[in-house]
Design a protein around this ligand. Structure first.
Ligand SMILES: [Zn+2]
Length: 66
């Protein structure tokens, strides 16, 4: 089963839930405040491309810092 990430709209807490494929976010509550106002985040695998390029661009500048 895949792990989905959720973010609470009330307190901003981000948490992950193990769910079946196609399962809805209904019934998912925030473990911190118990709010049902949560939104499913985009998969970290899909959004890591932008973050990876940022890390790669900062690496050369680090070596040239000295
Ligand atoms: Zn919350």
């Amino acid at each position: 089963m895949p792990i989905y990430e959720y973010r609470c709209k009330e307190c901003g807490h981000v948490f992950s839930r193990l769910q079946r494929v196609g399962a809805s976010s209904e019934g998912v509550t925030c473990p911190r405040c118990g709010s049902t106002e949560v939104e499913r985040l985009v998969s970290t695998f899909a959004s890591s491309s932008s973050g990876a390029s940022d890390t790669a661009s900062s690496a050369p500048s680090c070596t040239g810092f000295t």
